[in-house]
Design a protein around this ligand. Structure first.
Ligand SMILES: [Zn+2]
Length: 332
């Protein structure tokens, strides 16, 4: 008891000190309140990193480390004028590059939607390098490349298909059938965590990122790279899928890569962009997820990718179509 009294006396705070402490607490509270207000009312862009910032440079260094580990020594992401306005749960930038400015002929490329599909990331960075070095390719066009849609999955210690919240980005788009079917289908198919759609549509930054690219650039064509199912699949305007199919058949024959009508899922890009928004949406499934095959795949698919960029699309949704005689001329 005696010891307790002594302790209490020693640490007893005098009245003027209490007053000072109170005013200090008031000042700190005011500051916190001010910053909270600032955070609530300033536009999001103010907080977006700028692509020349230290944080972005750190991201490029992290990517470089990953690329070196895969033996991807011929990629030059530092030479591309990347932009970004969003970050992921792990604070990785969701970056993209724009080449050319013709909004009437725009193609959007997406890679690394699933973080463990490694050669898709190589393919998109290599494509960005190639386009960047050949300005004639985008002189009268618009080409948008988002090489890693799921950087958290790609940069995790063991690469994952899903993002850092455990969600499959290609099941998270707000398609009309999402609420009724996404969770039910996932449950019916055995609740594989790799395909988890989340608890609500468009809940993920990576999904919002792709939706924002589609909204901003209004691409007539989208190519999303995946692996390892080894085929081409497409979704698009029902009015003109026949001409597109003819064109695709020819491309597939030229490069000996099968065409498969895979269908679409609740919350998938094919459903959101192709089926619901009449955008020619091509899924390129590479033959494997082996990082060592990236260069070989770029060489194999580059000619058809360039043809896809050049494929003329006319009209506006829902009456959008490719120029029909293109299928018979074969190339451009
Ligand atoms: Zn995939």
């Amino acid at each position: 008891m005696k010891g307790y009294k002594l302790l209490f006396t020693t640490f007893r705070i005098k009245k003027p000190q209490i007053h000072m402490l109170k005013s200090k607490i008031n000042v700190v509270s005011c500051c916190l309140f001010f910053f909270l207000l600032l955070a609530l009312f300033l536009p999001y862009r103010v907080f977006a990193y700028d692509s020349s910032s230290g944080d972005f440079k750190k991201y490029l260094i992290a990517l470089d480390g990953q690329f070196t580990g895969y033996g991807w020594k011929d990629l030059h992401p530092e030479k591309i004028p990347w932009e970004y306005y969003r970050t992921t749960k792990n604070r990785n930038p969701l970056m993209f590059a724009i080449f050319g400015n013709n909004p009437k002929h725009c193609t959007l490329f997406l890679g690394g939607v699933h973080g463990d599909e490694l050669p898709t990331v190589y393919l998109m960075f290599k494509l960005a390098d190639y386009i960047n070095e050949n300005p004639a390719l985008f002189k009268d066009k618009c080409i948008v490349i988002a090489p890693i849609v799921n950087p958290d999955g790609f940069l995790s210690a063991k690469q994952t298909r899903i993002n850092a919240s455990g969600i499959d980005i290609n099941r998270n788009f707000p398609t009309r059938d999402w609420t009724a079917k996404a969770f039910r289908q996932w449950t019916a198919k055995g609740k594989n965590r790799r395909y988890y759609p989340g608890t609500k549509p468009a809940s993920e930054q990576e999904t919002l990122f792709q939706m924002a690219l589609i909204k901003r650039f209004k691409p007539q064509k989208i190519l999303s790279a995946h692996s390892p199912l080894n085929f081409f699949d497409y979704d698009g305007p029902s009015s003109d899928l026949n001409s597109f199919e003819k064109w695709m058949e020819q491309i597939c024959k030229e490069i000996n890569h099968p065409l498969k009508k895979f269908g679409y899922y609740p919350g998938s890009l094919g459903n959101y962009a192709g089926h619901e928004r009449n955008i020619f949406t091509l899924t390129l499934e590479l033959p494997s997820s082996d990082s060592g095959q990236g260069k070989k795949y770029f060489e194999k698919f580059q000619p058809s990718i360039l043809k896809f960029i050049n494929l003329p699309v006319v009209g506006s949704p829902p009456n959008i179509r490719i120029i029909n005689n293109y299928a018979s001329t074969g190339n451009q």
